[in-house]
Design a protein around this ligand. Structure first.
Ligand SMILES: Nc1ncnc2c1ncn2[C@@H]1O[C@H](COP(=O)(O)OP(=O)(O)OP(=O)(O)O)[C@@H](O)[C@H]1O
Ligand SMILES: [Mg+2]
Length: 272
C-alpha cells in the first residue's frame, strides 16, 4: 500500500535524508528511531508533503504522491495526518473547534472563516473525543488542558480527517511518563481497531519496542535498520545511535561525549 523509493532531501551540501526506501504492505505501527539530526523529522515531512523531496518516489496505492499538486496534494495531506511534539493546537480556541479544524482540507474558505461546521461533523468530533477519553473537556480552551490531554486533542483532530496513515513526530517527547503512555496507548488502539498505519518518530528505544510492530533505525539520513523489536539487539542499537567503536573504550568517556546515546544504549541493554 505504501512504497518509499530512494527518498532524498538535501539542504545545500547537507543530505538530511539519503535514499531512504521501505515498503508497508499492510497496516502497521512503525517506530522510527535515531539520534538527533538523523533525518527523522525531514523524512516524515517529505511523506506529508510539508517539505519537497529532492529525489525519490512515494507510492501510495499506486500513485506517486510526491507529484500531486493543488487539490490532489491536499487530498493526500488529508489521507496522511500529522501529529507534532508541540501539539500545534490553536491555544485560545475551544477543544471541539480545534478538532473540527481536521476537516479544513475538504471545506471551503468561507465556511472556515465563519466557523460553520455541519452538525454531523460536530457530532463526529464529540464521538472521537469520547473515544480518546477527553470529551469532558470539549468546551474548554485547548490551553487549559494538560500536555497529554492536548496531544489527545491533536490525535482527535487527525482522526477527524479519517486518515489512512498517521504520522507522528515525537508525539510524546514533551510529556511525562504517564501521559506519554496514554498517548501511545491511544495511537496503538487507533492502529489496532481502525487498521490505520501509524508511523511515529520516537526518541526512546523502549517506546519503539513496546508499541511498534516494526522499527526503522536512521543514521546520518540513511535507513540502517528495518526489522522487528526482537531483532533490535544491543549491537543494532549501537549501530543506529552511532556510539560504535567509541563505546567500547570506557563508559565514562562515552557518557561525557554523548550522554543521550549512552542512556539509550543502557536502556537497550537492560531491555535485551
Ligand atoms: N529547514 C532546514 N534547513 C536546513 N537544514 C535542515 C532543515 N531541516 C533540517 N535540516 C538538517 O537536516 C538534518 C536532519 O534534521 P531532522 O530535523 O530531520 O533530524 P531529526 O532526526 O528529526 O532530529 P531530532 O531528533 O533532533 O528531531 C539535520 O542535519 C538538520 O540540521
Ligand atoms: Mg526531529
Amino acid at each position: 500500500m505504501l512504497t518509499v523509493e530512494h527518498l532524498t532531501k538535501r539542504f545545500g551540501a547537507n543530505t538530511a535524508v539519503d535514499r531512504a526506501s521501505f515498503t508497508v504492505d499492510r497496516p502497521m505501527m512503525i517506530g522510527i528511531i535515531g539520534r538527533s539530526g538523523a533525518g527523522k523529522s525531514t523524512f516524515l515531512r517529505m511523506m506529508n508533503r510539508l517539505t519537497d523531496a529532492t529525489e525519490g518516489r512515494l507510492l501510495f496505492e499506486g500513485r506517486d504522491v510526491l507529484q500531486l499538486k493543488g487539490a490532489e496534494k491536499r487530498g493526500w495531506q488529508s489521507d496522511c495526518a500529522m501529529i507534532f511534539q508541540q501539539f500545534n493546537l490553536v491555544p485560545r480556541m475551544d477543544v471541539v473547534s480545534n478538532v473540527l479544524h481536521g476537516t479544513l482540507a475538504r471545506r471551503g474558505t468561507l465556511a472556515t472563516m465563519f466557523n460553520l461546521y455541519p452538525r454531523e461533523d460536530i457530532h463526529r468530533a464529540i464521538d472521537i473525543l469520547e473515544r480518546l477519553g477527553i470529551a469532558a473537556h470539549a468546551a474548554k480552551r485547548a490551553e487549559a488542558l494538560s500536555g497529554g490531554q492536548q496531544q489527545r486533542v491533536a490525535i482527535a483532530r487527525a482522526l477527524m480527517q479519517d486518515p489512512k496513515v498517521i504520522l507522528a513526530d515525537e508525539p510524546i517527547a514533551s510529556l511525562d511518563p504517564m501521559n506519554a503512555q496514554l498517548v501511545m496507548d491511544s495511537l496503538r488502539r487507533i492502529h489496532d481497531e481502525d487498521g490505520r498505519t501509524v508511523i511515529a518518530n520516537l526518541h526512546t528505544l523502549d517506546t519503539a519496542r513496546r508499541y511498534c510492530d516494526r522499527v526503522i533505525g536512521m543514521r546520518d539520513g540513511r535507513i540502517v535498520f528495518d526489522g522487528t523489536p526482537a531483532q533490535l539487539t544491543t549491537g543494532v542499537a549501537r549501530d543506529i545511535y552511532g556510539a560504535g567503536a567509541d563505546f567500547s573504550e570506557n563508559a565514562t568517556s562515552t557518557e561525557i561525549r554523548d550522554p543521550v546515546a549512552t542512556a539509550i544504549i543502557r536502556a537497550a541493554e537492560v531491555a535485551v
